[in-house]
Design a protein around this ligand. Structure first.
Ligand code: HSE
Length: 300
């Protein structure tokens, strides 16, 4: 069974750990075979443009997610996984989430749709626990379901008609970057920050659901977590200012960074301004216009 899952951008600013959107920018493709023994899972082969950045065997995040899916489905089987790695790792684009989402979807399809959406998200999040030390669901959920997904007591999905500029700086990033970017966040937050972040998240959701992109952009740009993390993102201030001056409606760090996401109506001027900003600060970057993607699905 061959399945692909798209890259994602988690948080969209104020939606830390509760919101993410699937983006048609990069994809991972897995081919999964189930055999006897287990529950067990291993990646037997990795190829594709980013194959050298991820391990094979039982240490690949996809193996953790696959094993969790088999355990959840109470299947004593072994998953052998071939992975085509197309989502660049450590850029804040849900790379580990895409591998995890794709294997869990593949296993669920082979087993005849035995897992609910909630169970698939929970199993795939085990891949994130292995990658980042915490089973945050806001990359795997949109990678599995597509569109913009909110993860709370229930999983809510919307399909906003939006476009973004995605900017990916090619700077050196340490291993376990997400874990490091989570470790700088406080355990407790003040009431003032909580209220401001709540207002921003409400505006973001309202704007996305009603199609009022100015309101959505205002909400997206105001985030307690981005404020703390932005100091660690090279070029954050310069690039954000250039994008907003060129008509971008909102901006956020993509996941734990260093990529950034800009909501736009007319995207070309913002794209050009972001490119120029990265050039002027001397950081090589890929900058592209992206749209929301559909969920993980079979691939020929
Ligand atoms: N919500 C997670 C974080 C996403 O920001 O740490 C990581 O991709």
């Amino acid at each position: 069974m061959k399945v692909r899952a798209w890259s994602t951008s988690a948080n969209l600013g104020p939606g830390f750990d509760v919101m993410g959107i699937a983006l048609k920018a990069f994809k991972d493709v897995v081919e999964v075979e189930l055999g006897g023994g287990g529950p067990d899972a291993l990646v037997t082969r990795v190829n594709g443009p980013y194959s050298s950045s991820v391990p094979i065997g039982r240490d690949n995040v996809a193996a953790f997610a696959a094993k969790a899916a088999l355990m959840m489905a109470e299947q004593k089987l072994t998953a052998k996984i071939k992975l085509w790695k197309g989502v660049p790792p450590r850029r804040g684009l849900g790379s580990s989430g895409a591998s995890s989402a794709a294997v869990v979807k593949a296993i669920n399809l082979i087993l005849g749709d035995v897992l609910s959406e909630e169970e698939m998200i929970k199993a795939a999040a085990e891949g994130e626990r292995a990658a980042a030390g915490h089973p945050h669901p806001d990359n795997v959920a949109p990678s599995l379901l597509g569109g913009l997904v909110i993860i709370g007591e229930r999983i809510v999905k919307i399909e906003p008609s939006v476009k973004f500029v995605l900017a990916i700086p090619w700077i050196d990033i340490p291993d376990r970057k997400t874990e490091a970017m989570r470790s700088i966040l406080p355990r407790k937050v003040g009431m003032g920050d909580f209220v401001a972040n709540s207002a921003a998240l409400a505006m973001l959701v309202l704007g996305m659901t009603t199609g009022d992109l100015e309101i959505a952009g205002k909400g997206m740009s105001s985030s307690m977590v981005d404020k703390l993390r932005s100091k660690m993102i090279p070029g954050f201030k310069e690039v954000k200012e250039a994008a907003l001056r060129a008509g971008a409606l909102g901006s956020s760090i993509s996941g734990a960074g260093p990529s950034m996401l800009f909501l736009c109506d007319e995207c070309e001027p913002a794209l050009a301004a972001i490119r120029r900003a990265y050039i002027s600060i001397g950081i090589p970057a890929s900058v592209m216009v992206v749209e929301p993607a559909e969920g993980a699905a079979g691939e020929r």
